[in-house]
Ligand binder design. Structure first.
Ligand SMILES: Nc1nc2c(ncn2[C@@H]2O[C@H](COP(=O)(O)OP(=O)(O)OP(=O)(O)O)[C@@H](O)[C@H]2O)c(=O)[nH]1
Ligand SMILES: [Mg+2]
Length: 232
């Protein structure tokens, strides 16, 4: 399995934007077999978060917002991400410890391509400490997602269901603030309850956000860090 590194920086770059990332820097138990990678002949240990989910659900957009730069290509029209790619942040240069977020191609295009991508997902699950599986808050069709999570036997202790597109929850209004209205929040609560039941996953593992307006991305980062450091 090969992943192209599209962005590489020191962990301080992330901490400056997201204070919570500090907890990853202080995490001591990094040197584990499943975290081993080979980067140009050097063995590294990567604490890995992977973003998975259907095409067009905002995986690349989210990663760009976390970095604060448009590194990963996004599109409102076509399936955009066609290979495995990631952003890496150096934690410790003496031991070659890294924090990494990987952006994968989205499923749901056609069954032949899905087969290939699902195989990639499967391989990556074993190497990951946090699986961020994106859903859209403005749809009620989750059967492909439920099947994918069940068929790949995703470890629910590592799984976060990221509920993106919360800015599109009904009733949509025009506003000068980026938060959700009272009515949207009520509908969101109902949505989370329904998803919790149908996916058989605790409500605490469902994190609503909007990559577009950046609503609750700070909470999502906190959840990712908590999952990786087993400190939820
Ligand atoms: N309104 C709204 N639009 C969003 C949000 N997140 C992403 N988008 C838009 O959705 C479109 C698709 O986003 P991408 O980031 O390319 O989706 P992707 O999951 O990476 O897609 P693939 O690479 O094909 O798997 C883009 O036009 C984004 O601007 C969101 O929270 N709200
Ligand atoms: Mg993409």
């Amino acid at each position: 399995m090969e992943i192209s590194i599209k962005h590489s920086a020191h962990i301080y770059e992330l901490i400056e934007k997201w204070n919570e990332i500090n907890n990853i820097r202080y995490y001591k138990d990094i040197k584990k077999e499943h975290r081993k990678w080979n980067k140009n002949g050097t063995t590294t240990y990567d604490m890995q978060c992977v973003i998975l989910g259907k095409t067009g659900y905002g995986k690349s957009t989210l990663l760009n917002k976390i970095i604060g730069k448009d590194v990963f290509e996004t599109s409102a029209i076509d399936s955009t991400t066609l290979k495995m790619q990631c952003a890496d942040w150096l934690i410790d240069s003496n031991n070659n410890y890294y924090f990494s977020i990987a952006d994968f191609p989205g499923i749901g295009q056609n069954s032949k391509i899905d087969e290939k991508y699902l195989e990639w997902y499967k391989q990556m699950l074993e190497k990951s400490d946090c699986i961020l599986y994106l859903l859209r808050a403005d749809t009620r069709e989750y059967s492909i997602d439920i099947n994918t999570i069940n068929n790949l036997e995703m470890d629910k202790s590592k799984l976060i269901l990221g509920l993106n597109f919360c800015d599109k929850i009904e009733p949509i209004t025009r506003s000068i603030t980026s938060g959700l209205t009272e009515k949207q929040l009520v509908n969101l609560e109902g949505k989370i309850n329904a998803i919790s039941k149908s996916f058989k996953i605790a409500k605490s593992n469902i994190l609503p956000f909007s990559a577009d307006t950046m609503w609750q991305i700070d909470k999502l980062i906190k959840k990712i860090v908590g999952t990786i450091t087993c400190n939820n």
